[in-house]
Ligand binder design. Structure first.
Ligand SMILES: Nc1nc2c(c(=O)[nH]1)N[C@H]1C(S)=C(S)[C@@H](COP(=O)(O)O)O[C@H]1N2
Ligand SMILES: [Mo]
Length: 545
């Protein structure tokens, strides 16, 4: 399946066409640039703006200090795993949108067919395959493991980046990659014409970057990298629900689309950067970066070659390692990103972020529909015989039918749902606040986790369930919903009862809830990892990011 971009209302442009089109554009550009260089005014312009802005101060022509080479290596090594796992995450919901809704047909980019008309089509069915060694871990719908790679390695990458910023600004090295005069723009234009005319700027001094290079480095280091971080956080349910001002501009879908465009920038940068390093004096360039000199010897090359061995080994080993030791990936990933996920769990948001006008026209379905005899019988009887059982470490276990539940104080909220796969939707939920139920059953002091069991099974069989910290049961936006958009909850969305805990991702919003159990530890529940997807698909149990 080729990636496609929507043009106008309903036409889709196959991006593979960019290969021949790009080739033709390049040839035309080269011809045009060659023509321009015969124009006198252009030659004068190039003489006046040769390409490199002379910078009197600063060490810009000396070779790079060793720490730059070390950090450059870490950066590229970590990016392998970040990019591969990022592609894996993208293809788990291979559609990108600009509005916060995820309406089929309104996406601007897709690597999929149109959404089928089946009203119960699920996002999981919509997920696509990637070639094995491209994605990480590389099989379809492996987003749980892909996210540990992505988020865990992100933390290392950010630490590397922060150290890099600090060292750059304390040593004055920043002068190499930050333009300090407007002269950079005419010089960049001049460099571009020189490159395209295949009459390249003279390599007087590898240390002083030409203006085009300078701009590319500046954009990558100071715009693209921070934007990757910010748009990454823009997809967090907890942050989006809490910081509504920011999320009203940077909705999850805008964040996800921009996050993808940052990837596109990085890929373009890598290709052009590597090509130019090879074509403009490879040995001197590698010495400049890796051997602290600007000479023509082989030291830099061998350091580079050794680093490429590590890159290849890391690349090839990542997928088999992940399948052999998925729990290790889950644990290490959690050790790295878990502290941030835990921190954001304290963001109790107030209702009122969205109004009726914001309700999504289309709300994806997800998960495995219940088909047990027990569920079918309840459904056929209009859920008259349905009982919600709440027990475990509580003073007052209860069983409530739907009439009793509807007689309890009514809570309503219009909120945004964030599926781990990347789609989102806004709906109005009506039901009972969890606080109301807590007041009824009176949990014991040792109750720390609240487990929601479903009438439906998970994808590998066995009851679907998920555990939530008891603290979050008292949050403003934690409720059991029996209505969605002013109608009784439909079969697909979880009839007769589903959970809403708005700081968490979608898979924790258990549908077709059968019972609630208060426990001291989740270790004895299911596989012990805090939920069905946590047990079976290596998801994390704290999912605020
Ligand atoms: N019982 C049960 N609940 C479930 C699931 C499931 O498979 N079984 N899927 C979860 C996932 S991954 C998501 S994104 C939401 C989807 O809710 P929706 O179908 O109402 O959009 O339900 C969650 N609750
Ligand atoms: Mo989901």
């Amino acid at each position: 399946m080729a990636p496609r971009v929507r043009i106008g209302h309903n036409r889709w442009f196959n991006l593979l066409w960019l290969i021949p089109i790009g080739f033709v554009v390049l040839i035309v550009a080269v011809a045009a640039a060659k023509g321009l260089r015969n124009v006198n005014a252009v030659e004068q312009f190039i003489t006046a703006h040769p390409g490199t802005v002379a910078d009197g101060a600063g060490p810009t022509s000396a070779a790079l200090p060793i720490w730059v080479g070390v950090q450059h290596f870490f950066n590229l090594f970590l990016l392998i795993f970040i990019i591969r796992s990022g592609l894996q995450i993208l293809t788990d919901h291979p559609r990108l949108y600009w509005t916060r809704h995820s309406t089929p047909g309104r996406e601007w980019f897709r690597i999929q067919k149109p959404v089928p008309s089946d009203p119960l089509w699920t996002a999981k069915k919509d997920s696509i395959d990637l070639p094995g060694q491209v994605g990480l871990p590389g099989i379809r719908h492996s987003i749980g493991l892909a996210r540990w790679w992505h988020l865990g390695v992100d933390v290392l990458w950010l630490v590397n980046g922060i150290v890099f910023y600090v060292l750059m600004f304390t040593t004055g090295e920043w002068r190499r990659v930050v333009p300090t005069s407007w002269e950079v723009f005419p010089n960049a234009a001049s460099t571009l014409v020189q490159y395209l005319s295949l009459n390249w700027p003279a390599e007087t001094d590898v240390g002083g970057y030409n203006s085009l290079q300078l701009l590319a480095y500046f954009i990558t280091i100071f715009i693209a990298a921070p934007l990757a971080f910010i748009t990454g956080l823009g997809m967090s349910p907890a942050l989006s629900t809490r910081f509504r001002r920011i999320s009203s501009v940077l909705s999850i879908q805008a964040a996800r689309s921009l996050h993808f465009l940052v990837l596109v920038w990085f890929l373009l940068f890598i290709v052009v950067h590597v090509a130019l390093v090879f074509m403009t004096g490879l040995l001197r360039n590698l010495n400049h970066l890796y051997a602290n000199n600007n000479g023509g010897g082989w030291v830099g090359f061998w350091v580079f070659a050794a680093s490429m061995v590590l890159v290849v080994v890391g690349w090839v080993a990542a997928t088999p390692f992940t399948f052999r030791h998925p729990r290790v990936v889950q644990r290490v990933g959690y050790a790295l990103i878990g502290p941030a996920q835990r921190l954001f769990e304290h963001l109790d948001a107030k209702p009122g972020q969205y109004s009726e006008a914001d309700i999504s026209p289309y709300f994806w379905h997800n998960g495995v529909y219940p088909d047990s005899a027990e569920y079918t019988a309840l459904q056929d009887g209009g859920f008259v015989d349905y009982r919600l059982r709440i027990n475990g470490l509580v003073a007052q276990p209860v069983e409530l039918d739907l009439t009793q539940l509807r007689a309890l104080p009514h809570q309503e909220q219009i909120t945004q749902h964030f599926c781990i796969q990347g789609w989102s939707g806004i709906a109005k939920w009506g039901g009972v606040s969890l606080q109301t139920l807590i007041d009824l059953v009176k949990p014991a002091p040792e109750a720390a986790w609240v487990v929601f069991y479903s009438l439906g099974d998970g994808s590998d069989g066995g009851i679907y369930y998920d555990a939530h910290p008891i603290e979050q049961m008292s949050y403003h936006l934690t409720m059991l919903a029996y209505d969605m958009n002013d109608e009784p909850l439909s079969f697909g969305h979880g009839a007769p009862l589903r959970l809403r805990n708005e700081i968490q991702l979608g898979f924790k919003q258990v549908k077709w809830v059968k019972g609630i159990e208060f426990v001291a530890s989740m270790a004895d529940v299911g596989g012990g990892y805090g939920g069905y997807n946590e047990d079976h698909e290596f998801f994390g149990y704290r999912q605020t990011i």
